[in-house]
Design a binder for this molecule. Structure first.
Ligand code: NDP
Length: 297
C-alpha cells in the first residue's frame, strides 16, 4: 500500500488565494488593508528565513507588512515598548514576535504583552485560555494548519482516535484541544510515554510534533491511518557550508507504505503554517472592521 501524499503547498496556495479574495473585499469596504507587524530580534538565520517568507506572503495577499528588525542585544524593555506601540497602532491588525528570543528577553513576558486581539500567533495566555474553553480567539498557526489538512483529507473527524506526539504550548497542546473540539478521542504522548509505538498503533490520526528526525517508524502506524508530520529536522553533513536536508519526525519511506495519507517534509505542514498566519491576520482586521467573511476560511 502506498499512502496518499497530502500536498501542503497546494492547500496553502488555495487558502492564501481565498484570503486574498476576502482581503480585496475588505479593502474596498473599509478603505484600508489589513496589516501584519513582524518583529525579529537578532540574526538567527532560520528565523530570518521565516520572517522573510511571512512578509512576502502578507504582501501577496494584498495586506501591509511592517518588519521590525532589532539587534541581538536589544534590552527587554525596548522590545516591550515596541510591542506597546504596535498594540496602539490602528494600521496593525496582527503582531508576531519571532521566537526564539535572545536570553536577556523573557519570551513569556513579551507574548503576554501583545494585545490578545492582535495576537495572530495565538500564543498569548488569553488566547490559550479561549481555546481551552471554546471561545473565539486566535489559534496558533501550525495546529490550525494541521486541523485544516485533516478535515480536508478525512472530512468529519468525529469519533476518530488521535495521538498527538508532543505537548508544547505552540503545537502539541493546542492541536490536542482542536482535535478534541472536533470530537476526536485524543491521546497526548510525550517523552515519558510508555511504549509509544503501541500507543501510536491505536490511532486513526497521528500527529508528530517532537523535533526528532524520523523517529516514528512505519511499523508504529495503524494501516490506513492519516499521518501529519510537523517536525522540521536538518540532517546530513555537518561540515561548514554543507546544507544537509530537511526531514520530519516520521520516517516517510516506511510510514508511506502503511498509512492511508501522509504529509511530506518539506511541503506539508510548513506552507500551511504561513497560510494560517495570513488567514489569522485577515480575521483580526475583519473583526476590527465588523466585516463578514466566508465561514470556511
Ligand atoms: P518542543 O521541543 O517544544 O516539544 C517537543 C515535544 O516532543 C515535547 O513535548 C517532548 O516531550 C516531546 N518529545 C521529545 N522527545 C520525545 C520522545 N523520544 N518521545 C516522545 N515525545 C518526545 O517542540 P515544538 O512543539 O516547538 O516543535 C516540534 C517540532 O515541530 C520541531 O521539529 C519543530 O521544528 C517543528 N515545528 C514545525 C513547524 C512548522 O511550521 N512546520 C512549526 C513549529 C514547530 P516532553 O514534554 O516530555 O519533553
Amino acid at each position: 500500500m502506498s499512502a496518499r501524499r497530502i500536498d501542503g503547498k497546494a492547500a496553502a496556495l488555495d487558502l492564501r488565494q481565498r484570503v486574498a479574495g476576502e482581503v480585496a473585499k475588505l479593502r474596498s469596504a473599509s478603505g484600508r488593508a489589513p496589516g501584519l507587524a513582524v518583529v525579529l530580534v537578532g540574526e538567527d538565520p532560520a528565523s530570518a528565513v521565516y520572517v522573510r517568507a511571512k512578509g512576502k506572503a502578507t504582501i501577496e495577499a494584498g495586506m501591509e507588512s511592517f518588519e521590525h528588525q532589532l539587534p541581538a542585544d536589544t534590552p527587554e524593555a525596548d522590545l516591550l515598548d515596541l510591542v506597546d506601540r504596535l498594540n496602539a497602532d490602528p494600521a496593525v491588525d496582527g503582531i508576531l514576535v519571532q521566537l526564539p528570543l535572545p536570553p536577556q528577553i523573557d519570551a513569556n513576558k513579551v507574548i503576554t504583552r501583545i494585545d490578545p486581539d492582535k495576537d495572530v500567533d495565538g500564543f498569548n495566555p488569553v488566547n490559550a485560555g479561549r481555546l481551552a474553553i471554546g471561545l473565539h480567539g486566535f489559534v496558533p498557526c501550525t495546529p490550525l494548519g494541521c486541523l485544516k489538512m485533516l478535515r480536508a483529507e478525512l472530512g468529519d473527524l468525529s469519533g476518530r482516535s488521535a495521538v498527538v506526539i508532543g505537548r508544547s504550548n505552540i503545537v502539541g497542546k493546542p492541536l490536542a484541544l482542536l482535535l478534541l473540539s472536533d470530537n476526536c478521542t485524543v491521546t497526548i504522548a510525550h517523552s515519558r510515554t510508555r511504549d509509544l509505538p503501541a500507543v501510536v498503533r491505536r490511532a486513526d490520526i497521528v500527529v508528530a510534533a517532537v523535533g526528532r528526525a524520523e523517529m516514528v517508524k512505519g511499523d508504529w502506524i495503524k494501516p490506513g491511518a492519516c499521518v501529519i508530520d510537523v517536525g522540521i529536522n536538518r540532517v546530513g553533513p555537518v561540515e561548514p557550508g554543507a546544507k544537509g536536508r530537511l526531514v520530519g519526525d516520521v520516517d516517510f519511506a516506511s510510514a508511506s507504505e502503511v498509512a492511508g495519507a501522509i504529509t511530506p517534509v518539506p511541503g506539508g505542514v510548513g506552507p500551511m503554517t504561513i497560510a494560517c498566519l495570513i488567514r489569522n491576520t485577515f480575521v483580526s482586521a475583519a473583526r476590527r472592521e465588523d466585516f463578514r467573511y466566508g465561514k470556511d476560511l
